[in-house]
Design a protein around this ligand. Sequence first.
Ligand SMILES: NC(=O)c1ccc[n+]([C@@H]2O[C@H](COP(=O)([O-])OP(=O)(O)OC[C@H]3O[C@@H](n4cnc5c(N)ncnc54)[C@H](O)[C@@H]3O)[C@@H](O)[C@H]2O)c1
Length: 347
Amino acid sequence: MKQAIFTNNLGENLSRFLSKKNYSQYFILMDENTQQHCLPVLQQEAPDLATAVRITVYAGEEHKSLQAVEYVWKRLTEEKADRHAVLINLGGGMVTDLGGFAASTYKRGIDFIHVPTTLLAQVDAAIGGKNGIDFMNYKNQIGVFRQPAAIFVHDGFLKTLPDQQIISGFAEVVKHALLAGGKLWKTIRSMESLSNVGWKDMISESMAVKLAVVEEDPKEKHVRKVLNFGHTIGHAIESLLISRKQESYHGHCIAAGMLGELYLSEKCCGLHEEKRKEVSAVIEKHFPKIIFKEEDSDALMDLMKQDKKNAGSAIRFVLLHKIGQAVIDVEADELMIREALKSIYSE
Ligand SMILES: NC(=O)c1ccc[n+]([C@@H]2O[C@H](COP(=O)([O-])OP(=O)(O)OC[C@H]3O[C@@H](n4cnc5c(N)ncnc54)[C@H](O)[C@@H]3O)[C@@H](O)[C@H]2O)c1
């Protein structure tokens, strides 16, 4: 099923969409922060939602959990939601993943709508039909593929989003730009800072990159893997920081991962050295450095060996041959990967 996507006039488009659908009941799922910052915006834009039943969960990745899903199912049941009800997920990727999963499983599936409120959710998490929760310390261990009935993107929500969350989401915008090349990359290359950015166009262009990829390969059998650029090393760094209870923003780790994988792209995939330096400089300008020591390489190598994309013992990467041209399933040997780790922030 192809979902409807709206990137402007939130209130008008949402009201029109809801009136056509004839849903029996509206439910809005939020976390504590989006209830405070985003619900008033949504209600002002779409007064039809004044009577919607609100369901609020705690904020934070640790609440993308079975316990939180159970709470959503419980609230839907208590409010006698039938199969024609709709769940509107108002939040970042944590809420859209959780709400998409809860709705997909309640009474064998009711409609859900994503209203993403973080940059990451707008350009990435809300798109592509992956819904799920974390389980037994494994991320996204339980989940389903199912498309939302619609996605409504409103850049106004970003006004209250903390700066570090904006920077974190920007990593996925950079990744999309490197995968697609063209205008989006040109815009990013010329940006001096992330303050006073007009996000609207950049969000639309970034969404379009992800949409094109997931429409071609909805269940990640082949080309969708390109979206993992930067994520083999990036996820390992993120897992290392989490295991040490150090502060970690997903996008900051992915930015560091992209630096390492750009190095591998040059060594294993023919990316021109000058291009690699140019892209690395752009990343280094916008993202904070994550400091790790050379001896952390062993732990990072172990974490990468557990990556889902691997086949046998070889570690596999998505690398860039050129900007706008990615190559999937590239195996790199251990020495080269260790060099790539060393190269991160060392120039
Ligand atoms: N389904 C997918 O394809 C996909 C893709 C990428 C990431 N994800 C998932 O997305 C999640 C991360 O999403 P995220 O980075 O959006 O994190 P998040 O949803 O946890 O939001 C980050 C923080 O910002 C707050 N917040 C959200 N919107 C706000 C706003 N407008 N103003 C003020 N505060 C606001 C939240 O309450 C939270 O504290 C992870 O669980 C990840 O696995 C899913």
